[in-house]
Design a protein around this ligand. Structure first.
Ligand code: HEC
Ligand code: HEC
Ligand code: HEC
Ligand code: HEC
Ligand code: HEC
Length: 501
């Protein structure tokens, strides 16, 4: 590594430095060396906000994530995993996938340089990104202010207002494992939604990189543009403080911020509607993927994610029916384990199931030969209230399940619904601990959410003011509560249990 040049913070001093170096930005030769450009610490001087956000993101943490390290060690698949989790270390020939501890901090995670030097995208999955070879950086502005110590140029791939930018994010957010099983499909899902269609489409960045007015560089304080959040909160959380090397030590731990932002994002993702059908004496729960409409929900690491519904019905304060409970409720089976083996016959569990070549269900995504039929909540296929496929973001299930003859034992006077998400299933974590690849102290620290907002409902005869149109099957008028503004759709309903084939 070359010594990092010290760049003064004040604009006045910078002009002097740049002049001394003989550069003037724009197309001039970059004044920062390749080693300096590839180190996020260099960028922090002038782009402290982007640096601060990024340093508390899963992109910065992608090589350090202890579950990643455990899986990578167990998988023994060469550079397959680090191609995305330490992409700069792979491009610079610094890793064969086994020496993660030896990778220097500037090369860990998905760095500023990696994303900002993307020149072209040559495929749809497994990181087929081509980087510029002349150390040129790309960004969203066609009129960069002169004076930056690096080359800059506009690229649609780095401009969140274009759907083209989604091809850059998407080609990493889509994994086919070495057996060809499509284990993560976020980009394919996005391509299938109406949000992939310009001009009305929405890129990944439009939802995941919220913009606000601000100066792009501390050296250009009067040039106010739209700057974008680089924190990418979603589901996974760092375990312990983010380890981003920070010699100046002026970035506080960002764990609380990451957790708060992920929780807030999840709370607005789903809307739910619960109806009592007095004729069948069953409850109908509809979950609607409203905010993650650019892909299914959950998306990405769905073989590891566990989303489930906890529903409890009462009469006079006594529980008359319960499903999805992980704490004991007398008289009702526990939902645990959150797998097909769950003793809860009505459990609504959203996950992807994996199978080996002989069709046997397995736990670890890189070993899969095929993937079961998905029961994710789909994204928005078409936006037209007259078209039934608009409602495919809605998934409905009956309690007790329609596949059983059981009905509620009595008419409830109170029903609660709570949506849960655990980032990685207990079965996956237990397998990694058992093989000695994961420290047993990690599993209890894996992100677990009770999804608030649209993920909770409280039905009582008085709160159920939405009187539903007649239920198509029975003609009954149902009493419903909804966390959203839409009326539960009765034409296109799918009942989902687990994803067993
Ligand atoms: C000495 C200050 C300085 C440093 C260090 C610096 N930049 Fe910049 N950068 C600038 C200035 C000035 C601009 C232009 C701001 C504007 O046009 O509003 C800029 C613009 C950008 C843009 C937007 C370009 C566009 O046209 O959209 C990106 C992306 C960028 N820098 C990335 C980086 C990265 C990555 C690093 C670290 C390798 C880095 N910068 C280091 C000063 C700096
Ligand atoms: C995962 C890819 C990715 C990483 C990693 C990344 N950026 Fe960006 N960055 C983007 C995208 C995409 C945009 C444009 C967003 C838009 O237009 O909606 C952007 C925009 C910018 C801009 C223009 C101003 C703004 O905020 O929009 C600067 C400057 C910048 N990034 C600097 C950095 C620095 C510095 C780092 C590392 C600390 C970094 N970026 C890491 C993808 C990335
Ligand atoms: C080099 C491949 C790569 C590129 C390019 C990339 N990502 Fe990522 N991204 C990852 C990896 C790997 C992780 C997960 C790190 C971990 O959890 O260990 C991740 C994590 C995320 C997360 C957090 C997921 C969670 O559940 O917590 C979001 C959101 C995200 N990326 C969005 C984007 C967007 C938007 C872009 C484009 C601007 C982008 N990514 C570009 C590889 C990439
Ligand atoms: C219409 C807005 C929207 C668009 C467009 C969008 N997302 Fe998302 N995304 C969301 C929301 C909302 C969530 C769920 C919130 C959460 O997970 O915290 C989410 C979740 C995610 C997650 C975490 C998934 C999980 O369950 O582990 C990743 C990764 C992600 N998005 C990546 C992408 C990528 C890559 C693209 C583009 C190909 C994209 N998103 C497009 C809104 C969007
Ligand atoms: C094509 C790029 C790519 C490859 C190859 C890849 N990952 Fe990832 N990985 C991602 C992205 C993107 C995410 C974020 C997905 C999400 O948040 O839902 C992720 C998330 C993760 C996570 C956190 C979420 C979870 O699943 O628990 C772990 C751990 C992980 N990857 C391990 C691995 C291992 C081990 C390998 C190799 C067997 C691997 N990855 C290969 C892109 C990749």
């Amino acid at each position: 590594m070359a010594m990092r040049i010290v760049i003064p913070r004040s604009a006045f001093a910078l002009v002097a430095t740049v002049a001394a170096l003989g550069g003037c930005g724009g197309s001039a030769a970059p004044q920062l060396s390749h080693d300096e450009l590839t180190d996020p610490q260099t960028c922090k001087t002038c782009h402290p906000t982007q640096y601060q956000d990024w340093s508390g993101s899963m992109h910065a943490y992608a090589t350090d994530d202890p579950v990643f390290q455990a899986m990578n060690q167990r998988a023994q698949v060469g550079t397959f995993c680090v191609t995305c989790h330490a992409p700069m270390a792979v491009r610079e020939n610094l890793t064969d996938g086994t020496n993660l501890a030896a990778i220097a901090p500037p090369m860990r995670g998905i760095t500023c340089y990696f994303c900002h030097s993307i020149e072209s995208v040559t495929g749809t999955h497994n990181d087929p990104l081509v980087l510029a070879t002349d150390d040129g950086l790309f960004g969203p502005f066609a009129d960069p202010v002169a004076g930056s110590p690096h080359r800059v140029g506009y690229s649609r791939l780095l401009d969140g207002t274009t759907t083209d930018s989604a091809t850059a994010c998407g080609s990493c957010h889509d994994i086919q494992n070495l057996q060809g099983a499509h284990v993560e499909r976020t980009f394919q899902e996005w391509q299938a939604t109406t949000l992939s269609v310009p001009p009305a489409g929405e890129s990944c960045a439009e939802c995941h990189m919220v913009g606000s007015p601000g100066a792009v560089s501390t050296t250009t304080p009067t040039k106010i543009r739209r700057v974008h959040n680089h924190g990418f909160p979603a589901v996974d959380l760092a375990i312990g403080d983010f380890p981003v090397a920070d010699p100046q030590n002026d970035i506080a731990p960002q764990n609380t911020a990451q957790q708060t932002q992920a929780q807030a994002f999840l709370d607005t993702t789903v809307q739910s509607t619960l109806c009592l059908n007095p004729q069948t004496n069953r409850l109908q729960l509809t979950l609607d993927n409203v905010a993650a409409a650019g892909h299914s929900w959950p998306s990405g690491a769905t073989p590891d994610r566990r989303v489930w519904v906890e529903l409890t019905a009462y009469q006079g304060g006594t529980v008359i029916y319960a499903s999805g409970n992980t704490m004991p409720v007398a008289g009702f089976p526990s939902a645990l384990p959150l797998e097909d083996a769950s003793p809860d016959p009505d459990l609504w569990l959203i996950r992807d199931c994996l199978f080996d070549g002989s069709g046997k269900q397995i736990t670890l995504f890189w070993e899969a030969a095929s993937i079961g039929p998905s029961n994710q909540l789909p994204g928005l296929l078409i936006q037209n209230v007259n078209d039934p496929s608009t409602y495919q973001t809605h998934m409905m299930k009956e309690y007790p399940d329609a596949g059983r003859s059981a009905t509620l034992p009595a008419t409830p006077d109170h029903v609660t619904v709570q949506l849960h998400l655990q980032a990685i299933g207990d079965d996956v974590l237990a397998s990694l601990v058992a093989s000695g690849d994961l420290d047993a102290a990690i599993p209890p620290q894996i992100a677990r959410y009770q999804i608030g907002g649209g993920g909770t409902l409280d039905w009582t005869p008085t709160s159920a003011t939405v009187f539903h149109a007649p239920d198509a099957a029975t003609g009954a008028v149902m009493t419903c509560v909804t966390s959203g503004s839409y009326k539960s759709n009765t034409t296109l309903t799918t009942s989902h249990a687990t994803c067993a084939p």
